[in-house]
Design a protein around this ligand. Structure first.
Ligand code: NAP
Length: 340
């Protein structure tokens, strides 16, 4: 497996397996299939509620620990120095491991400085090989880098053909960080799997759209963690190292990017139900926090939530909670998606 070298010398596979939205009862089988197919990087999170199942699959697989690269993430409600330490121990216990390869701050909210202090000391103790972040926009990233001892090794952010994050990647390069993509297939949105350009490029190589997308990200030195619960797709997503995209094909895919001010999305997912999930008040709190730090200005909010959890009148909520910020945001949130 091709690897990237992180800023502390740790080698990370460039392709791995993500387990977001795999129900706990299906996760053990999915991870077992992935390990059997040859994946060695596993990406989970406390908020996915399936760390135990990942741990069971690891144990049953018999794959030597040193061959694996295991990532998990610290959820918002566990932010802070003491909480983060406790959450780390809980995750490790669930995974049945005695060290993590990569520990990420899942979202840039709460006491991220306290979380960082806990992670830095766990790193010094040898219990985490590399520490990183997820969903950090450049402003929060630079702030964190400039005011902490250890530069995060990785920032895991939404990256796919329609949202390519080239400016974020450039900044990360300059700061010695690795970009890791989540949602490489945009979860199939905007007809990705039948997109005419991607399909045409795939046909030229005898490859699927999924394989073209993964190859394109890998060629950009982006670490990818596609998710599938279907063994044939799990294998397909790994089979991307026997062809190369031409410069012309890379340019055609680059042209699919439609990142604009409105596409710089902040995603709040009530489905990330670690430790009780995001309630209405917590959604409001993180939105307001990002408003106050300037992270929200000009960006689209995308909120995944249970029906009924989305406040009917956001502007009223904002005005009630933060009179000072009323009017800063024209129409919060600009987009919401409810789970069925
Ligand atoms: P994704 O990988 O873009 O898309 C997964 C979807 O694509 C699933 O519906 C899957 O369906 C389908 N699929 C997979 N391979 C396919 C193929 N070869 N052909 C056709 N369809 C295929 O989305 P994701 O799972 O959200 O993202 C990947 C990983 O990133 C997650 O599992 C998680 O580890 C991580 N992530 C992190 C964050 C974060 O905040 N840090 C957020 C989201 C995701 P089937 O399962 O039915 O095959």
């Amino acid at each position: 497996m091709q690897t990237v070298t992180l800023n502390n010398g740790v080698e990370m596979p460039i392709l791995g397996f993500g387990v977001y939205q795999i129900p706990p009862e299906q996760t053990e089988q999915a991870v077992t299939d992935a390990l059997a197919a040859g994946y060695r990087l596993l990406d989970t999170a406390a908020a996915y509620m399936n760390e135990q199942a990942v741990g069971r699959a690891i144990k049953a697989s018999g794959v030597p620990r040193e061959e694996l690269f295991v990532t998990t993430k610290l959820w918002i409600s566990d932010a802070g120095e003491e909480n983060a330490r406790r959450a780390f121990e809980a995750s490790l216990r669930k995974l049945g491991l005695d060290y993590l390869d990569l520990y990420l701050i899942h979202q840039p909210y709460g006491d991220v400085y306290g979380s960082r202090r806990a992670m830095e000391s766990l790193h010094r103790e040898g219990r985490i090989k590399a520490i990183g972040v997820s969903n950090f926009y450049p402003d929060r990233l630079v702030d964190l880098i400039d005011h902490n001892e250890i530069t995060p090794a990785v920032n895991q952010i939404e990256t796919h053909p329609f949202f390519q994050r080239t400016a974020d990647q450039q900044l990360m390069r300059e700061r010695g960080m690795q970009l890791q993509s989540w949602e490489p297939f945009a979860e199939g949105r905007e007809g990705l799997f039948s997109h005419p350009v991607l399909s045409e490029i795939g046909a030229a190589h005898g490859k699927s759209v999924a394989q073209v997308v993964l190859r394109w990200l890998i060629r950009r030195d982006v670490v990818v963690i596609p998710k599938s619960v279907r063994p044939e797709r799990v294998a397909e997503n790994l089979d991307v190292f026997d062809f190369a995209l031409t410069d012309e094909q890379m340019a055609r895919i680059a042209a699919l990017d439609h990142t604009g001010p409105g596409d710089e999305r902040l995603v709040f997912d009530q489905g990330d139900t670690g430790n009780g999930g995001i309630g209405r008040d917590q959604v409001a709190e993180v939105l307001i926090r990002s408003l106050l730090t300037g992270a929200a200005i000009g960006r689209t909010f995308e909120l995944f939530a249970e029906p009924g959890a989305v406040p009917a009148d956001w502007s009223g909520l904002f005005t009630a909670l933060t009179p000072d910020t009323a009017g800063v945001l024209d129409a919060p949130p600009t987009r919401t998606r409810c789970r069925p």
